[in-house]
Design a protein around this ligand. Sequence first.
Ligand code: GAR
Length: 197
Amino acid sequence: MLTVAVLISGTGSNLRALLDAAADPSYPARIVVVGADREADGLAHAEEFGVPTFVVPWRGAAERDAWGAELSAQLRVWQPGLVVLSGLMKLLPAAVVDEWSPRIINTHPAFLPEFPGAHGVRDALAAGATQTGASVIVVDGGVDAGPILAQERVPVLPGDDENALHERIKPVERRLLIDIVRRIADGELDLAAPALH
Ligand code: GAR
């Protein structure tokens, strides 16, 4: 059974989908802890499922390394086989990435390498893109630059605003994330040497 730690910043709708999937006894992964950089609304999903939570409050970029060290210490307690960034809106310090690499993945609301960063949906709209997408990647030292494990296109429709487009992308992200975690758990996918999809 693959043990998974999930890190969030926001509403945790993708976390929720993973919790729902993992509640099925035939799913080969279990979420053992959910962490956040603030009192994120999404922590309530974990509590509903009886999954332990922790918060390491973000104290600004000048404190990033100390924050990362605390985050890693919290994760270490649970010894997860996989760390999933599911809407964590802070860049992890290199020491954290190094400690968990390659067993750390991220979900992103764009078709990487297009529109990396904190505003993937907004940037796609601003660029006038007619399609964008969702991606699940291995986290490396760059910003949304690691090996792509799965991705899928999502159309941008006339009249889309950031919220409408993001809500169309999220169900695709959820499906990709649940499938990738399952494939990692089943040993179909080797994060140390991911066959590019
Ligand atoms: C998701 O769309 C995730 O890909 C995105 O934040 C959202 C979180 O939604 N992450 C990033 O943009 C990271 N660069 P959720 O809290 O409802 O799961």
